[in-house]
Ligand binder design. Structure first.
Ligand SMILES: C[S@@+](CC[C@H](N)C(=O)[O-])C[C@H]1O[C@@H](n2cnc3c(N)ncnc32)[C@H](O)[C@@H]1O
Length: 322
């Protein structure tokens, strides 16, 4: 059996799967949902009526495009760096406006999924051929280390889709601090935060009736099967969502329906599950102004402006260094 102290893992994925499935309680990181299948499932989620986040943020960006573009504009142009860009559905509204109004900018989408970056680059070549696109594959933290080198002109860092909500507050502060350190005076952070609202609305968004979210959650097991030669039977696990309206934390789990043993050959690991044992896979944190303000203060940032949708479900904030 591999052990963390004696074995060097070939990839971060191997290491984190090992760590999460030998822990108690078990966990896996939601960043591993995204491969070719996961990217497609997430695009399907964005089209679900229950998943209000996409339409709310689309409304914010569509209704305030000109104002956002003016805030982004720099004296010598700007570099627009998007962390966790995905398929760029909402970003394209902004890019189209910036292109049509001849703003001087480069677009640098960053994502852990090479597949989604390839799709984004080729769709932008078709739809907005004049926009300069420089994708970079990597995790937020890896790429942020390199970002401080981008200092020749104004930097606008953008994080949409409430991606920050996948991080618990201490990790979110770490993330925001890294962003803050990569910024110089005049740079901006434009970030979307899903807001606290009727708990049922939130629960439904992560527990759709058609089962797309369940398939998305289980895709992490499919990846372990395919990439680490494992034998998870997806039907033996249940997608389970909870939302705590006090903390604003939604949590996704995979729950083992029976006592079972799963073999992960590439890790030389046998994982035992008791009946109803859980694997925690994702958090989707919800916010209000007070929490966002606190996160900003803890990270050396300040809120310089905000935009919201007509239902006040979702907010995009502008941050600068404090
Ligand atoms: C919830 S989707 C949102 C996509 C896009 N921002 C939007 O609003 O439509 C999260 C995206 O971030 C990427 N991602 C998740 N965790 C990441 C990480 N730790 N580092 C880099 N990218 C990550 C995923 O591959 C995915 O494309």
């Amino acid at each position: 059996m591999k052990t963390e102290t004696t074995t060097s893992f070939e990839t971060k994925f191997e290491e984190e799967v090992y760590e999460g499935l030998t822990a108690s309680p078990k966990f896996l990181s939601s960043k591993y949902f995204y491969d070719k299948i996961g990217d497609k499932l997430f695009q399907d989620i964005m089209a679900l009526p229950e998943y209000y986040l996409t339409n709310c943020e689309l409304e914010v960006i569509s209704n305030h495009t000109a104002a956002i573009a003016e805030i982004f504009k720099g004296r010598d142009g700007f570099d627009l760096i998007e962390l966790g860009a995905g398929d760029g559905k909402k970003t394209k509204v902004l890019l189209k406006y910036l292109d049509e109004h001849q703003y001087n900018f480069n677009f640098l989408p960053i994502d852990i999924s090479q597949n989604v970056l390839d799709q984004l680059k080729s769709s932008l070549r078709e739809e907005l051929p004049n926009v300069n696109v420089y994708p970079q594959q990597g995790t937020y933290f890896e790429v942020l280390e390199r970002l401080s080198e981008y200092n020749e002109r104004k930097k606008v860092i953008m994080v949409l889709g409430s991606n920050i909500g996948n991080l618990l507050h201490p990790q979110a502060i770490h993330f925001l601090k890294d962003i803050q350190r990569s910024m110089v005076e005049g740079d901006l952070l434009f970030m979307g935060f899903d807001q606290k609202k009727n708990p049922q609305t939130i629960l439904d968004a992560y527990n759709d009736k058609t089962g797309v979210t369940a398939a998305f959650n289980k895709n992490i097991l499919t990846r372990i099967n395919n990439e680490l030669d494992a034998d998870f039977n997806l039907d033996d696990f249940l997608h389970w969502e909870v939302y705590d309206p006090e903390t604003g934390t939604a949590k996704s789990f995979l729950v083992s329906k029976k006592t079972q043993k799963v073999s992960i050959k590439k890790l030389e690991l046998e994982v035992n599950f008791q009946e109803w044992e859980t694997i925690h896979t994702e958090i989707s944190q919800k916010y209000n102004d007070e929490i966002v303000n606190w996160l900003a203060e803890e990270s050396g940032l300040k809120i310089d402006g905000q935009f919201t949708d007509s239902k006040n479900y979702y907010k995009n904030y502008i941050f600068t260094k404090s």
